[in-house]
Design a protein around this ligand. Structure first.
Ligand SMILES: NC(=O)c1ccc[n+]([C@@H]2O[C@H](COP(=O)([O-])OP(=O)(O)OC[C@H]3O[C@@H](n4cnc5c(N)ncnc54)[C@H](OP(=O)(O)O)[C@@H]3O)[C@@H](O)[C@H]2O)c1
Length: 239
């Protein structure tokens, strides 16, 4: 594996994102790490870690952020939305709210497309690119046996299509890139907190372990894996 020198973590203030930041600093002490936050102002600091405030719903801000870099090797997007104070994941069609649906797309889907666009010039200067996004198994259409959660499921299914599409384009235009959609498993963070009661014993993971597992997968991946949707042990999830 070519060691990354320039790493970007989007959503480094989140449960999983923060664990990624810490694990990346431990694994690649010589790398420069840029991590973003939105509302949660970070209190953790390190010499080669630079925090940047970024609202991923602003296309202009994403473009401006990406334009600052001449080379980026790894980018991991850990941003995600499952519920707001007003809206939870829908139990039935009556609960669907147009604004909440669009907000889910705005946060869970579109930013990955805009990040790929904004960082493309910087990726071109890297010998080995890893572009990974945190998706979710519930975004799998084939795996959907339970229904519900319209906005989250649809936004993650659309994210999966973005990942697949990008991997096809970059197979031609950015041959050194590996594009991955990763499912962390149910992880003990603010996002999953209200939904943890029915999680089977041993199936609620710590963010630290998830970051380690997913980084192992990223490190071992090659461009021939690009366009895959993997769970935390590297099993392929059907689209
Ligand atoms: N936890 C799970 O069980 C689980 C399961 C499957 C998939 N996932 C996926 O894994 C990813 C990480 O989830 P998590 O559990 O770590 O969630 P989390 O702790 O709630 O973190 C969410 C992150 O998204 C950021 N964010 C939200 N809105 C934003 C915006 N408009 N602009 C910029 N950043 C924004 C938050 O930033 P601030 O806090 O700074 O506002 C935070 O960094 C998500 O994509 C999620 O869908 C999680």
């Amino acid at each position: 594996m070519t060691k990354p020198n320039h790493i970007v973590v989007i959503g480094g203030s989140g449960g999983i994102g923060h664990a990624f930041v810490q694990e990346l600093l431990a694994r690649f002490p010589d790398a420069t790490l840029h991590a973003t936050y939105h509302h949660t102002v970070p209190t953790f600091h390190a010499p080669n870690l630079k925090w940047v405030s970024l609202d991923v719903t602003s296309a202009a801000d994403i473009t401006q952020f990406g334009n600052q870099f001449t080379q980026v090797d790894w980018l991991i997007n850990c941003v995600g939305l499952l519920y707001t104070p007003e809206h939870g994941p829908e139990k039935n069609i009556e609960s669907v709210d147009a604004q909440f649906f669009m907000r889910s797309i705005e946060i869970n889907t579109l930013p990955t497309l805009l990040l790929a666009q904004a960082f493309f010039p910087a990726f071109k200067n890297s010998p080995s690119v890893k572009f990974a996004v945190l998706s979710a198994r519930v975004g799998s259409i084939e795996d959907n046996g339970l229904g519900g959660w319209y906005s989250y499921r649809a936004s993650k299914a659309a994210l999966n299509m973005v990942v697949k599409n990008l991997s096809i384009e970059w197979r031609r235009r950015l041959k050194q890139a590996t594009v991955l959609a990763l499912h962390p498993g149910t992880t003990d963070t603010a996002l999953s907190k209200p939904f943890q009661t029915n999680v089977p014993q041993g199936k609620l993971f710590s963010a630290d372990n998830v970051a380690k597992d997913l980084l192992d997968l990223m490190a071992g991946s090659t461009p021939s894996d690009s366009g895959q949707f993997w769970d935390y042990v590297g099993r392929e999830i059907p689209w």
